[in-house]
Design a protein around this ligand. Structure first.
Ligand SMILES: [Zn+2]
Length: 146
């Protein structure tokens, strides 16, 4: 819940920033002069406005990509950036036995994110593996097996 609320907050902040930029563009760039009696449209007929729309579009997509990229690198529980990426698997046996993947861990031990490096069998989304409490796991190691 906290993970998605943080994502929604970042999206809302980005939308607020972009609406501020949009307001500034409308405020700073005047309407084009009428050509004879024809009122020229802003988009696709006025080069500065069309260029500004292109830059605004690229800025919007870039910010959205940064928000998603940052969100995918965070712990699902505490939102800390995941650390210590470790590569597993082998590129020589990538198709069947041991596909290469990268695992990153939460610095507070909440879980591990496993990101596949290849997509040999279709889309493989990153998998989050939640860890138990560290003391519970230590007690499990200490109890004798029957
Ligand atoms: Zn965490």
């Amino acid at each position: 819940m906290k993970y998605w609320a943080y994502f929604a907050a970042k999206i809302a902040a980005t939308a607020g920033f972009l609406s501020f930029v949009w307001y500034g563009m409308n405020r700073l760039m005047p309407d084009p002069q009428p050509f004879l009696r024809y009122r020229v449209g802003r988009f696709a007929q006025d080069l500065p406005w069309t260029t500004a729309i292109l830059a605004f579009w690229l800025l919007s997509l870039g910010l959205l990509a940064v928000v998603i990229w940052d969100q995918r690198r965070r712990c699902r529980v505490c939102l800390a950036l995941l650390r210590m990426p470790v590569e597993h698997g082998s590129w020589s046996m990538a198709t069947l036995f041991s596909p290469p993947r990268t695992e990153s861990i939460c610095p507070f031990g909440h879980g591990t994110l496993e990101v596949p490096e290849i997509q040999s069998t279709g889309h493989n989304p990153p998998a989050w593996h939640a860890h138990d409490d560290i003391w519970t796991e230590l007690e499990k190691l200490d109890t004798p097996r029957k």
